[in-house]
Design a protein around this ligand. Structure first.
Ligand code: G3P
Ligand code: CA
Length: 269
């Protein structure tokens, strides 16, 4: 069960390759052996679920466009590596220039029964996204009892409403509530207890966390996976304070901090 020393590759190994591309997922999954591939999902005009962080294609596609107003065939014209090569010339690779925006189905075809941490992005602007997501997960046999009880397919969101919808669609789906800075300290134990009835983990901004808050969240029944922890000193501090795992652009460094990079662990996998 994925409940301790958990390494969630944020947009893939996105410190080293263009986020949400096969290049960054390959690196995190095959080379760095992160526990999960983290996926942010958006929906096109023709109802296809694609993987991209932003609602627009400008930042990573270097051209104008709003995903919900574009068809999949238009999205497929975009290349998402140039911006990375421009921003990080020391890491630039020629093959990054060929990277396209993956659909969720394409990711599932390529990585099969890998573990996925899927974020419903902007669910308010994509009516029906949760239903569509559930159908695709069913199609790829990613909702088996075994997978769900081992936390191998997880849905995360900043939207409690979206998580409630997912819980209604699949009552045993593991869910993580992402929390903006300050949110958890503003909530009462009673509020949090109600949420912990159907949400197994929280994803706080890592800057919010200290040992007191981590212990409080554990006591209330949550696992704690902060985002997005990229600095080794922060990793070390948070591990000492008791986190169960984290979202990171550097899965290799987090594995090292969790002391997972030894033969024993690799043999067990
Ligand atoms: O999903 C965890 C973390 O990714 C939340 O922030 O904006 O990177 O999706 P964001
Ligand atoms: Ca995310």
């Amino acid at each position: 069960m994925l409940d301790k020393n958990v390494v969630i590759a944020h947009r893939g190994a996105s410190a080293y390759a263009p986020e949400h591309s096969y290049a960054s997922y390959d690196l995190s999954h095959f080379d760095m052996r992160a526990d999960y591939i983290e996926l942010d999902i958006q929906m096109t005009l023709d109802g296809e679920i694609i993987v991209m962080h932003d609602e627009t294609i400008e930042r990573t596609g270097l051209t104008q466009g709003i995903i919900k107003e574009m068809k999949l065939e238009e999205i497929k014209e975009i290349r998402i590596g140039q911006w990375f090569n421009d921003k990080f010339p020391e890491l630039a690779q020629k093959y990054y220039l060929e990277q396209t925006v993956p659909t969720l189905k394409e990711v599932f075809k390529r990585y099969g029964k890998a573990n996925y941490y899927i974020e419903t992005k902007s669910p308010d602007i994509y009516p029906g996204m949760e239903e569509r997501l559930t159908m695709i997960l069913e199609e790829f046999d990613l909702l088996s009892e075994e997978r769900l009880s081992n936390y191998q397919t997880v849905i995360q969101s900043f939207s409690l409403e979206s998580l409630i919808k997912m819980n209604q669609l699949k009552s045993n789906m593991p869910l993580l509530l992402l929390c903006q800075k300050g949110m958890l300290r503003a909530m009462t134990d009673e509020d949090l207890k109600q949420i912990s009835a159907f949400v197994y983990a929280v994803g706080p901004n890592y800057k919010d966390l200290d040992q007191w808050l981590i212990e409080r969240l554990h006591r209330l029944g949550f696992l704690v996976f902060p985002y997005t922890v990229n600095d080794e000193a922060d990793m070390e501090r948070l591990i000492n304070e008791g986190i169960d795992g984290a979202f990171t652009n550097h899965p290799d460094l987090l594995r090292k901090q969790f002391r997972l990079d030894n033969g024993e662990v690799f043999e067990d996998e």
